[in-house]
Design a protein around this ligand. Sequence first.
Ligand SMILES: [Ca+2]
Length: 152
Amino acid sequence: CYQAKYMSSLLCALIVANHSRSDDGSSPLIPLSRPFVYFGNAYHQIYVNHNGHLTFNQAWSSFTPYSFPAHSTIDLIAPFWTDLDNRVNGNIFYQQYITGSVLQQATQDINQYFPNLGFSANLVFIATWDRVAYYPNSGTVRLFLWFYIYQK
Ligand SMILES: [Ca+2]
């Protein structure tokens, strides 16, 4: 298992536990350990979609990005929205933290760059698209991305 900053052995174990293989698929519904407030809506669940975005109310297969602000009916976090394909290689997985050093590190990071916020993280959600290729899966283009949600 590739191990990077913040990645615990538990997270590596989760790669096996929660990844799925498909072109435009999604994770199962993931209950959030604490509600996440996004544009005034408190969400208690999230989906990690294979095409590089996160949604709250439903899994979403869209592989064609549009520009923001989108004024869409779907609340979306799109850290790397493109047509990814992990049918052959690559893993998509997630982890969330509500206590411990990852929360402390997130709090420290946000306060370093936004010192006037008085920020204190109570939830960190990490989604990872690990060495996932673009569609159609050639096995030659590999991406690695972590995305964090911090909740004050
Ligand atoms: Ca795709």
